[in-house]
Design a protein around this ligand. Structure first.
Ligand code: SAM
Ligand code: SF4
Length: 459
């Protein structure tokens, strides 16, 4: 009998990928995904520990779920309640102590053992806790058959981090840097394309540090992997995220000039513009080093658009340091970027620094930075009005007859068009630009995407 599985995901794209794979692992046990927790037979909270706010949300959500679990118990049924991801990894014991009604707590590296954990949770009282870093990679044990991941899908190629930026929990929650073998990645990509995926976004906490073993025993860089993926018939678009400036090698920059399937959009976090703060963050590069990489990338592909991550109010950040961040943003010009107030994370070196920046100063700096980034984003999008861009349609829009897709530069584009265009790339004339999306009209004609997938649109 089919059982309902509800997974709530917070945080990064890696968590989104992990949640999809958890559903794959549980499918043979009869669990089918549901979009509500009410009445579910199993609920998984896949959590994020990167900032304090993200972690806090888990405990408030658990309070709500406890009532649903009790209701189900009164009806004589069991709701298996699990907490996964980086909060589970970092605070597993605390979750068990604070929320004893939770059945399973597991970290990002052990979800391939979910069937055993679920069986144990049904057999015994008390929580099953599994936050090991097993010697064997979970990727060797995940099912090959996936529920089909859609037109645009994530593919994890690298995980963990050895860089130890002084603000960041990732090296502690995700563990040491690890690259999946290239032959395994290629095989998974081919299966995804056979199941209808047209765009693959290669994922890793430091994806450009990728160095995976090829079938002949040699080691492939990310650039080499991208070139081989580009040979897969039917794969129209390739992206990768998240990159570290220190690992942006020349062969990867060349790939941006030479591989047409590699989209002209790159998320390249810098965090801050002051060399003093970059050093305190242990980023091991300067602001000018970052500027030089951006120049090289734009020389390789003048059409390349950039996105980034910024932290304001890192311990010891002065007004002059923050001014350097604004200067860097003005120099680089982003299509889009994320910015955060520094959040002290337990166990990280920066969290015990004496010179913490007051909350109101952080808020002021965040507002100023976001204003600048927003203005750059609006200007970037406005530059597309009147242009024709190829859009990969990946889903129906919210309104009747509407389709949503992505431009090469990651902008959301919506049009009125027939649903059969989902999975194809069509030329769209952009008529309006908004802060977070573009609107346009599909140009009439027959669209044959690189995939050979074709569709006709008539006026
Ligand atoms: N590996 C990527 C890199 O090197 O830039 C970033 C990974 S992290 C999951 C995503 C973003 O969260 C970071 O780029 C950083 O801007 C932000 N972040 C991480 N720790 C943070 C903290 N303690 N406070 C505020 N923002 C944080
Ligand atoms: Fe965190 Fe730094 Fe590693 Fe990125 S490179 S995951 S910010 S420690």
């Amino acid at each position: 009998m089919s059982k309902k599985l509800f997974i709530k995901t917070w945080g990064c794209q890696m968590n989104v990928y992990d949640s999809a794979r958890m559903a794959d692992v549980l499918a043979p046990l009869g669990y089918t995904p549901s979009d509500e927790a009410d009445g579910a037979d199993m609920v998984i909270l896949n959590t994020c520990h990167i900032r304090e706010k993200a972690a806090e949300k888990v405990f408030s959500e658990l309070g709500r779920l406890r009532h649903l679990k009790d209701e189900k118990a009164r009806a004589g049924d069991k709701m298996v309640l699990a907490v996964a991801g980086c909060v589970a990894q970092a605070e597993g014991e605390e979750i068990v102590a604070r929320a004893p009604f939770v059945d399973i707590v597991f970290g990002p590296q052990t979800y391939h053992t979910l069937p055993e954990m679920v069986a144990k949770a049904h057999r015994a009282a008390g929580a099953v806790l599994n936050t090991d870093f097993p010697a064997e990679s979970k990727f060797d044990h995940l099912p090959e058959d996936s529920g089909g991941q859609g037109v645009s899908a994530f593919l994890a190629v690298q995980e963990g981090c050895d860089k130890f930026c002084t603000f960041c929990v990732v090296p502690y929650t995700r563990g040491a840097e690890f690259s999946r073998p290239a032959f395994q990645v290629l095989a998974e990509a081919k299966r995804m394309v056979a199941n209808g995926t047209r765009e693959i976004n290669l994922l890793g906490q430091n994806v450009n540090a990728y160095h995976g073993e090829a079938a002949d025993g040699s080691t492939w860089s990310l650039a080499r992997l991208i070139r081989e993926l580009a040979d897969i018939d039917g794969l129209a678009r390739i992206r990768y995220t998240t990159s570290h400036p220190r690992d942006l090698a020349d062969d990867l920059i060349r790939a941006h000039a030479e591989v047409p399937q590699l989209m002209p959009y790159l998320h390249l976090p810098v965090q801050a513009g002051s060399d003093r703060i970059l050093a305190a963050m242990n980023r091991k590069h300067t602001a000018d080093h970052y500027r030089a990489i951006v120049d090289k990338l734009r020389a390789a592909n003048p059409d390349l658009a950039l996105s980034g991550d910024f932290i304001v109010g890192f311990p010891g950040e002065s007004d002059a340091d923050f001014a350097e961040t604004l200067r860097l943003v003005n120099d680089v010009t982003y299509a889009q970027a994320y910015s955060f107030k520094y959040s002290p994370r337990p166990g990280t070196p920066a969290s015990t620094e004496a010179k913490q920046v007051p909350e109101d100063v952080k808020s002021e700096r965040l507002a100023a930075l976001q204003q600048l980034i927003d203005a750059q984003q609006v200007a970037f999008n406005a530059g597309f009005v009147g242009r024709t861009v190829p859009v990969l349609f990946d889903r129906p829009g919210k309104r009747p007859g509407q389709l949503m897709g992505r431009s090469p530069h990651m902008q959301s584009v919506y049009v009125q068009a027939p649903e059969r265009l989902v999975g194809t790339i069509a030329d769209v004339r952009i008529e309006a630009a908004h802060a977070n999306s573009l609107a346009g009209t599909v140009e009439t004609g027959v669209y044959v995407s690189r995939t050979g997938h074709s569709a006709e649109v008539s006026a």
